[in-house]
Design a protein around this ligand. Structure first.
Ligand code: FAD
Length: 318
């Protein structure tokens, strides 16, 4: 471990966080540091712990809502940009972009990450929340993960099994003491032309169905069809007729559209007209507007169908 003084000189005060998020919303970090080595990560965490400061980890900021009042304590942006292809494995630093990771696999003829083309954010954020699209998830290609345990003050390797991945969830997400530092992804040899065609078609789908305005991606998790059926037989029958479940899931965006909330606006944020599960920032959106809109959508959905929507986006600083 290096001298704690070193990390102290790297810590900045009152850093605006909105530009570090895809939503472009929220206040400042009381204290902010970017860590590019294991030593820096450990030093930053130890320093915060010694001073009793809260610790918030930031990746690419593409799935978060930062409070208007900002984040108290120390915000640590993970900057481990390792990205190396080793045979059919990729060693990826948590701070590498998911898009770059997918590109490395795709361009070298390895299949398993085509779905990730076009998804912003870091590999670390993607692993924590088990990011996915088109029926594929990052969990499918995880071999091992290296994490720092803030409580035990040690790095440890987790196997894919240890990570307990499930839909948009993982052991790491449930265990707040863990910070992802790096991972090994295991890919499969594929056909370059087929990989390129898959990437092109996924990007086309994304471009035609998602808004271009600032957002944090899908606000709510999609719903299990079985849960919907258990709640409302009438809605389940309507779904089977009009929008049969894919992989057992029903899009939250489709349901939000169904209850007529596309375009619903609070202040400078609104439900996207292109995709019901995206809230977009049309200019000077505030986190409080997003919260009010989320509350409104959840209440309407519950009143109309008895369905409880659960947020996929993560709240920071609340
Ligand atoms: C236009 C758009 C499209 C999107 N499409 C998709 C999609 O198709 N599928 C999908 O799954 N998601 C999608 N997303 C959401 C988002 O891009 C992903 O969930 C992404 O993987 C989040 O990574 P991040 O680095 O941005 O995480 P952040 O937003 O920075 O953080 C998310 C959470 O992870 C924590 N975190 C971040 N890094 C670490 C780490 N190293 N260790 C521990 N905790 C960490 C943060 O504290 C926070 O709680 C989309 C977002 C946008 C804006």
């Amino acid at each position: 471990m290096s001298d704690l003084i070193d990390i102290e000189t790297k810590i900045k005060k009152n850093i605006p966080l909105a530009p570090l998020t895809t939503f472009n919303i929220g206040g400042s970090a009381e204290l902010f540091v970017e860590v590019g080595s294991k030593d820096e990560l450990v030093d930053a965490i130890n320093l915060a712990q010694n001073k009793d400061l809260g610790i918030t980890i930031l990746g690419g900021g593409s799935n978060v809502l930062v409070a208007d009042t900002g984040i108290k304590g120390l915000v640590i942006k993970i900057n481990n940009k390792t990205l190396v292809l080793k045979g059919d494995r990729i060693e990826v630093g948590a701070g590498s972009k998911l898009i770059d990771t997918a590109r490395l696999a795709n361009n070298n003829g390895y299949t398993g990450l085509e779905w990730a083309s076009g998804i912003p954010g870091s590999a670390g954020g993607a692993i924590r929340g088990n990011a996915g699209a088109h029926g594929y998830y990052i969990a499918d290609v995880i071999e091992t993960i290296e994490c720092f345990d803030k409580i035990k003050n040690i790095f440890k390797i987790l196997s894919k099994k240890d990570c307990e991945f499930s839909y948009k969830d993982s052991y790491i997400k449930q265990n707040k003491s863990l910070v992802i530092w790096s991972a090994y992804l295991k890919l499969t040899r594929g056909n370059l032309v087929e990989i390129r065609n898959k990437v092109d078609s996924y990007i086309k789908i994304r471009e035609s169905s998602q808004p271009r305005l600032a957002s944090a991606g899908c606000v709510f998790k999609n719903l299990s069809f079985d849960d919907i059926q258990a709640t409302s037989d009438k809605l389940a029958k309507y779904i089977i007729k009009n929008n049969p479940p894919k992989n057992g899931k029903i899009g939250a965006g489709w349901l939000i559209d169904l209850i007529g909330l596309k375009g619903k606006r609070v202040g400078d944020v609104k439900v996207s007209l292109e995709h019901g599960n995206f809230i977009v920032n049309t200019g000077h959106g505030k986190a409080s507007d997003v919260i009010d809109l989320i509350k409104f959508i959840k209440k309407r959905m519950y009143d109309q169908f008895g369905i409880e929507l659960e947020e996929e986006i993560q709240y920071l600083g609340f």
